[in-house]
Design a protein around this ligand. Structure first.
Ligand SMILES: [Zn+2]
Length: 137
């Protein structure tokens, strides 16, 4: 499994992106949590900068999040021109998780409101890539 199979979000090298993609293919959107201090990380990290240990566990991001901010993208970046327009959003879930991603096209632009309930759903993209998107909760 390689990073190229992940569609819409870039990860730093410190994230275990391959594991993240494997979980996505299993239908799970995962974050990580430090076993010592309980801090949650998304994108997932394999070490905790507070504790300087690598005692990290994966957990599934479930339940309802809230739309914190969003922007409509009218011109896609190179390679994604045909995708535009789409809506990029930041959603806040419990445990201090802030996720960056796309809103589902099923949500009408007129229905988008700050604070609206969102859930995060794995999606399959053309070419076998996997990603996630936010849907109305
Ligand atoms: Zn920690």
């Amino acid at each position: 499994m390689s990073l190229e199979n992940f569609g819409t979000v870039s990860f730093t090298t410190e994230a275990k992106a391959a594991d993240f993609v494997t979980y996505l293919e299993q239908g799970k959107v995962m974050a990580t949590r430090c076993r010592k201090c309980g801090t949650s990380y998304f994108p997932p990290r394999m070490d905790c900068p507070k504790c300087l240990i690598s005692g990290i566990e994966w957990f599934e991001i479930k339940g309802s999040g809230k739309l914190a901010t969003y922007t409509v993208v009218n011109y896609g970046p190179t390679g994604f021109e045909d995708d535009a327009p789409y809506t990029l959003a930041i959603a806040e879930f419990g445990d201090g998780i802030q996720m960056f991603g796309r809103l589902s096209r099923d949500i009408d632009e007129g229905d988008i409101k700050l604070g609206m309930g969102l859930k995060v759903i794995p999606v399959k993209l053309p070419g076998g890539r996997v990603a996630y998107e936010f849907q109305k909760d």
